[in-house]
Design a protein around this ligand. Sequence first.
Ligand SMILES: Cc1ncc(COP(=O)(O)O)c(C=O)c1O
Length: 387
Amino acid sequence: MTQEHRNKSGFETRAIHAGYEPDPTTGAVIPPIYATSTYKQDGVGGLRGGYEYSRSANPTRTALEANIAALEEGERGFAFASGLAAEDTLLRALTRPGDHLVFPDDAYGGTFRLVDKVAGPWGLAHTPAQVADVDAMRAAIRPGETRLVWVETPTNPLLNIGDIEALAGVAHDAGALLVVDNTFASPYLQQPLTLGADIVVHSTTKYCGGHSDVIGGALVVRDHDIAERIGFHHNAMGAVAGPFDAWLTLRGLRTLALRMERHSDNAERVVEFLTRHPQVSHVYYPGLPEHPGHEIAARQMRRFGGIVSFRVTGGEEQALAVCERSEVFTLGESLGGVESLIEHPGRMTHASVAGTDLEVPADLIRLSVGIETADDLVADLETSLGA
Ligand SMILES: Cc1ncc(COP(=O)(O)O)c(C=O)c1O
């Protein structure tokens, strides 16, 4: 099967085959972990397959990059040491001091910290706006200065939905690029580049890796010139994924479709339970018909994913107690692994946004619903909420 044929196949086929041909020497069906920093040259400049030095390229990383590009239907993929490393490289490749960025008013706290505390002092201004409000996003643009319109959809942790197609129009009308952090949806549930976005960002630490055993990030783009600029900075800045990490992430991607189906099934069961619970005051899940972004999510996502946030009637004290009492849901940061996780965004993942426009409610709990037996997940929440 040629690589071109693989790239045109269904999602699950691409997840398993895109980016790698069985090794011509041994027939190994899984790419080796190329634990090498450098490559023998056949005469000066006589590179074998373009490999020169592993910061610039490494065959295990190449397989991951080609695979994730095929899953996102992009032109090129780049694998980084973390999601934040990918974001930092993107910001410095595509903006300059004096430029401006439109940023979600609900986003991962670490991304906000990077934009506010690192890129800000470097000279990049930003304006927060609601991703669910296309007019507010348009109004936040500074003509001639805004280079990027940056969104998460669904957002972390409040699961707001941005209309990717409409936001791409808003960005392009202003001569800016649309960046979509697709970490929560994963390429199985949503492919922003096919809806007009220019750049997809991933914390592959989450659903792409899927097993809570690796930190990584990725960028996928559809334009050749943007790919060249990011490719230059990827090598020049050096925050690349190592071969072991690339291998683990690639292994995770092969089962992404199956996992996302089960995450979505289990999240629906959990949502059904939470929406009927007397001590739950609000459930945030784009699969709920009453969610303000439900129709857009139904249009641009295959299903609604495994993240569920909810608020409790007993305030912060109860939210903390529920987090601490849960047993099948492990108390911990991160999301997107096979195991269920519970956390208190205000004190944990989003502590860095306290006192800003992005501050999250103190009675909020975020669940990353894993792929365990759904009855056990519901029973665990029943115990920790009911006590
Ligand atoms: C939506 C989102 N984007 C980016 C990141 C940053 O990724 P990493 O932790 O891999 O650096 C995270 C991490 O939680 C995230 O949730």
